[in-house]
Design a protein around this ligand. Structure first.
Ligand code: MG
Length: 203
């Protein structure tokens, strides 16, 4: 399985990192070894002093497909959850400055913790999903899918041209504003609406 992730998909987050607003989705991959299943702790790596949390809605692919049209994209995911796109911001900055690929800053071991998933049918309007992240009980990031630059259908149409989607693949759909560093001892909790979907300790 693979993790497909979208960067720069919420305007306020693009602004906080002083990035350019993209005309097409910004896509990167994380390897399977990046995934942390629910309940597993995140061990802060030594190679970075600036690991940022990025809370993101995650689509779980339910059947294979490529060259998918936007209007049929909803048939390819039945569950939505939350994940954290951990990013070694210091390494990413170095890579960006040199025009190099980002993988080490985005795809390192444990950089993609996921929480529980809920059926799409329980969610209702996919263009109006509220989600947020708390760190040690304090709200740090809040998002709503009405603010996505590229909605779920557009993401799936775009990425499925390049990558055959397979059952079990995960699509991280981008983070809202409020990203920031985590430290050992932090307790991260993610919510869709009022429902807690993700619980993670940083060790
Ligand atoms: Mg991200």
């Amino acid at each position: 399985m693979k993790v497909i992730a979208i960067g720069r998909n919420y305007a306020a987050h693009i602004a906080e990192l002083q990035n350019e607003r993209p005309s097409k989705p910004v896509v990167f991959l994380k390897p399977e070894t990046a995934i942390l299943k629910p309940g597993m702790p995140f061990y802060h790596p030594d190679f970075s002093n600036d690991i940022h949390h990025e809370i993101e809605l995650v689509l779980k692919v339910c059947k294979p497909g490529k060259y998918l049209e936007k209007k049929f994209a909803h048939r390819y995911f039945e569950e939505i959850g939350l994940g954290i796109d951990f990013t070694a911001r210091d390494l990413q900055k170095e890579c960006k400055e040199k025009g190099l690929p980002w993988e080490i800053a985005k795809g390192f071991n444990g950089s993609a913790p996921i929480g529980d998933f809920m059926p799409v049918s329980e969610i209702g309007d996919l263009d109006n999903i509220d989600f947020h992240l708390t760190v040690n009980g304090e709200t740090r990031q809040k998002g709503n899918t009405s603010h996505l630059l590229f909605d779920f259908g557009t993401i799936i149409e775009y990425v499925s041209q390049f990558f055959l989607l397979k059952k079990g693949d995960l699509i991280f759909t981008g983070t809202p504003a409020g990203v920031g560093p985590v430290k050992i001892g932090d307790h991260l909790e993610g919510f869709i609406g009022d429902k807690k979907m993700l619980d993670l300790e940083v060790k």
